[in-house]
Design a protein around this ligand. Structure first.
Ligand code: PLP
Length: 478
């Protein structure tokens, strides 16, 4: 399972106060005295948002489902972590500096000049027809043959996740998801009071035998699984990819048990060697809802994603989208559509891939060079993330403020589980900082870890904090 660690990074693992920022920086007061500048929570203290909630005069009015909506701890630390002197390996922000901004700006100006009255008008909840056709061409790169009618354009794939959960899950319904899983998906599941049962992964992604076991365990409790949520390619946060040899088996198991598959694939075109994998949707169109996004392959700020769904599900998704937003932004859809028809978008993806590969290499070699014995990590061949496991007794969530003090930030593992696991793990993102910054960040992180390991050897474990389970997604933890 992802999570085992014996040897210095070599093991084939299973995945299963006052902050002072160095000599030149003023101390930042945290926790009980949050400043508007830096509302940070220290270990053992209640997050500021929770403290504030108890003073909230509307507390008794909220729907029960809001209990599952909690702020990300990283969000609170973000004000500090985004200071220039801190190397943030926490966020999942794409490296947009690789975009051709001049020609994009000319294109957008031209769009408003020529089609402004359409671009600035309401549109259909289904999405702009021309863009839906182009989305089918994008999906063909991963073996999907689809009709544009079955594509629903969404405000990022995050909205598609929300809608899928809304149309399928009643409170208490079970959703299966890899452990760990994408924090934004866990946030949506919590918001609709679905119960998440995690399925273990290894370096080849979701383990089919673990999927069978999870299904049997849920059935034994008399519960019904609504869907399997899976990120087959370049997983967030684990960095692993579902082996091609496992794909048919995963689909077959889900079919046998009458379980829908929700395939979330924002990173599929970001394989560092240009490799792509056959989408699950390509071999089981009737039982897979596929989610895609332009956030990682073009521009996250445009918030354009999509769902490709079996016909009947597509109808429900359009109705759900209508009630949420009336329609996705027409301007943004037309910007994406023009970009796809006038720019070398495949060349742009190649540019992104090369930038991310260089960053991945920098991170892996720095981990190899600096990490203390007993740490292991995954070796992604695409995407944005490495999943690091630290030795027994170290709590990555408790360690985070100390890491920020040493001017490095990461996303602690507990946010990626619905069931309080992950305290020995962390996600390291290599997508945004330069290779030099990544190396420096890993060096600082290794120093912090060395200190924690020595403390642990001397005094035993740091007391483990209660964790609140899934948290609301935010750009800094996405
Ligand atoms: C696995 C996964 N799914 C969905 C999303 C949401 O992406 P979007 O920007 O399309 O809403 C992200 C963002 O990081 C992600 O990593």
């Amino acid at each position: 399972m992802i999570g085992g660690c014996d040897e210095r990074g070599k093991a084939r693992a299973t995945i299963g106060t006052t902050v002072t920022l160095g000599r030149d920086n003023p101390p930042v007061t945290t926790g009980s005295q949050p400043t508007s500048e830096c509302p940070v929570t220290a270990p053992g203290q209640q997050p500021a948002t929770q403290g504030a909630r108890s003073l909230d005069p509307h507390l008794r009015r909220y729907a029960a489902r809001t209990a599952g909506m909690t702020a990300s701890e990283i969000r609170a630390l973000f004000a500090v972590a985004s200071r220039p002197e801190v190397v943030s390996l926490a966020g999942g922000m794409p490296y947009l500096a690789a975009l051709p901004l001049d020609s994009l700006s000319a294109e957008i100006g031209n769009l408003i000049a020529t089609d402004g009255l359409v671009a600035l008008q309401y549109g259909s909840a289904h999405g702009v027809p021309e863009l839906r056709e182009q989305i089918c061409e994008v999906m063909a790169l991963e073996g999907i043959s689809a009709h544009p009618d079955d594509v629903v354009v969404t405000v990022g794939s995050q909205m598609a996740l929300d809608m899928v959960t809304r149309i399928f899950c009643d409170p208490g319904d079970v959703v299966l998801a890899e452990g760990p899983s994408y924090v934004g998906a866990l946030g949506s599941f919590a918001a609709y009071q679905a119960q998440v049962v995690h399925v273990a992964m290894d370096d080849d992604g979701l383990i089919p035998a673990a999927l069978r076991e999870a299904l049997a365990a849920v059935a034994a409790r008399g519960q019904r699984v609504k869907f399997l949520y899976t990120i087959p390619n370049f997983h967030n946060p684990a960095g692993v990819t579902l082996a091609v040899s496992r794909r048919a088996e995963v689909l077959e198991i889900c079919r046998q048990h009458g379980v829908l598959v929700v395939e979330d694939n924002p990173y599929g075109l970001l394989g560092f060697d240009g490799q792509t994998y056959p989408a699950l949707r390509s071999s089981d169109p009737d039982n897979v809802v596929y989610l895609g996004s332009f956030s990682k392959t073009f521009a996250a700020g445009l918030r354009v994603g999509w769902a490709l769904a079996p016909h009947a599900v597509r109808e429900k998704l359009v109705l759900a989208a209508e009630s949420a937003t009336l329609c996705p932004p027409t301007l943004n859809q037309l910007v994406v559509s023009r970009y796809l028809s006038t720019h070398d978008w495949k060349g742009q993806i190649k540019t992104y891939r090369e930038a991310y590969r260089e960053r991945r290499d920098a991170m892996l070699s720095a981990l190899e060079q600096h990490m203390p014995a007993g740490c292991t990590w995954t070796r992604p061949d695409g995407g944005f993330y490495v999943w690091l496991t630290v030795p027994e007794g170290i709590d990555t969530k408790a360690m985070l403020p100390r890491a920020v003090t040493q001017r490095v930030a990461y996303a602690s593992g507990t946010g990626f589980y619905a069931d309080r696991l992950g305290s020995r793990q962390m996600r390291l993102s290599f997508c945004y900082p330069t290779p030099e910054r990544i190396k420096e960040g890993v060096r600082r992180l290794a120093n912090v870890l060395e200190g924690e390991i020595q403390l642990h050897a001397t005094f035993g474990s740091t007391p483990r904090r209660e964790v609140s389970g899934p948290q609301a997604p935010s750009p800094d933890t996405a």
